[in-house]
Ligand binder design. Sequence first.
Ligand code: GUN
Length: 300
Amino acid sequence: MTATLIDGKAFAAKVRAQVAAHVTTLKDKHGITPGLAVVLVGEDPASQVYVRSKGRMTVEVGMNSYEHKLDADTSEADLLAVVEKLNNDPDVHGILVQLPLPKHLDSDLVINSIDPAKDVDGFHISNVGLLGTGQKSMVPCTPLGSLMMLRDHHGSLSGLNAVVLGRSNIVGKPMAQLLLNESCTVTIAHSRTRDLADVVRRADIVVAAVGRPQMVPGDWIKPGATVIDVGINRIDAPENGPGKTRLVGDVDFDSCVEVAGAITPVPGGVGPMTIACLLANTVTACCRANGLDEPEGLTA
Ligand code: GUN
């Protein structure tokens, strides 16, 4: 059996088109342009790439993009002052502080200083609590994108066994919460889990978010299961020439694709959905801020 490929690139383009349609309505009917502010502290090259593509895609869907680039040695007080200004700016509906922050800055403190209604990352402790209690919240982008793909593939997820590999605050924990809210039976596995292969073999849905290249082999996968690979790892690829590298996920694609019912590739799976969901969250935040109906299908 060869698994169906879940095309995250095409799915993300569809989500961005839906977002763009909502932005047009907000502008034409209500005179409101959603705005997303991204704060980048320092010069981490990977973060600079992310921030640039977030800015480009924000503008492409018709929203306003505000970029705040701060020096690597910016003080916590100065960063908090920038966030406070954005909290109070009515043209800004979403705020994202790019992580990781330089070591001298307390990420939790900074994230929790963002107005929860503008926290389009869904990292603020209030949003974590709202999601955990099944209330309306801002939902972290990567889990939201993964959920959208799972819903699209399965329809109802009710009663399915889901195993989430990884317990990060950004992916593993919110993913587990979302799947629980969909009435899945959820197991969170991690580096200390015993008999991991057997745990994964029980799963109808596997979400791999551990950051270890090709960790899950095909013989851990239940035949027909759906595999969502959140990992983005760069590994050496001498087969492509000296010094070459390539991107791989947390699952061993070549063996898993032979067993799974459906699988997301890396690249082109979950990755593109993350920014699409950031844009979706910004439209949702904008609608909520203005007392308007929120877009259907773009929230959890
Ligand atoms: N760094 C890498 N991914 C993300 C993300 O989704 N949000 C934030 N704030 N920082 C990141």
